[in-house]
Design a protein around this ligand. Structure first.
Ligand code: GRF
Length: 239
């Protein structure tokens, strides 16, 4: 049976698209059973509908409490085949904190992508905050979700050189470069999860059989740890 995924989005859904593309290419042995958004106009919902995937708009504003909203999300997600024993919930630009009740419904099965090298620059503007700070290495992180924002055990990180603002590259351009890597590392992390290759020990995640790191081409330098596997490299790289 393929690994069922529920993907939660609030916006454009480019990470959702990368997941769908890697499923189509055969690299990611999973099936998106549901795309759910707290924003009715999220483009991610359109992407799902275009592929015949159930797309549910569930505006959080219609609920009396955070708990009531999360309980309804849990109900809908279970209805689509993801539960405490099966599949995973992938947050892909979902701009809401989840309650402990939600996380208890899918133990060790909720993952998130963040556009910064955690624990630096958590929060809603990770890439921009890193650029404003003047870091020389920026990147992204896929992690299990716990009750603290952008905090759970790290599965994979990718780092890119950040050009100083003086060179003309602002936060948006840096975020775009990071986003291109997000589209590789998130499907890769979900693949490991689907293959049952992730072991969590406290804050540490062991990825069974993974290479320590992979490097990007000279004209798009980056380092990814653990290493990307065939099928997940950025288009311009060779492997
Ligand atoms: C990404 O930068 C992701 O890291 C962050 O939100 C953004 C979502 O972008 N959590 P998209 O909707 O997947 O295009």
């Amino acid at each position: 049976m393929t690994f069922p995924l529920a993907v939660l989005v609030s916006g454009g859904g480019s990470n959702l698209q990368s997941i769908l593309d890697k499923i189509d290419s055969g690299a990611l042995p999973a099936e998106v059973r549901l795309v759910l958004s707290n924003k009715a106009d999220a483009h991610g919902l359109e992407r799902a509908r275009g592929k015949g995937i159930p797309a549910v708009a569930l505006p959080h504003t219609g609920f009396p409490s955070r708990l009531a909203f999360d309980q309804e999300m849990v109900r809908i997600i279970r209805e689509h085949g993801v539960d405490e024993d099966r599949g995973a919930v992938a947050l892909a630009g979902f701009m809401r904190m989840l309650t402990p009740e939600f996380l208890r419904a899918f133990p060790r099965r909720v993952v998130n992508i963040h556009p910064a090298l955690l624990p630096s620059f958590p929060g809603t503007h990770g890439a921009r905050d890193a650029a404003d700070y003047g870091v020389r290495l920026a990147g992204c992180t896929v992690h299990f979700v716990d009750e603290i924002m952008d905090h759970g055990p790290v599965i994979i990180q990718a780092a890119v050189p950040a050009l100083p603002a003086l060179s003309g590259e602002g936060g948006e351009a840096l975020a775009a470069r990071i986003l291109r890597l997000e589209h590789c590392v998130y499907p890769q992390a979900l693949c490991w999860l689907a293959q049952g290759r992730l072991r969590i020990q406290g804050r540490h995640v062991l990825v069974e059989g993974a290479a320590p790191a992979s490097l990007g081409a000279p004209d798009s330098p980056h380092i990814v740890s653990p290493g990307l596997e065939p099928g997940f490299f950025p288009a311009q790289d060779s492997a």
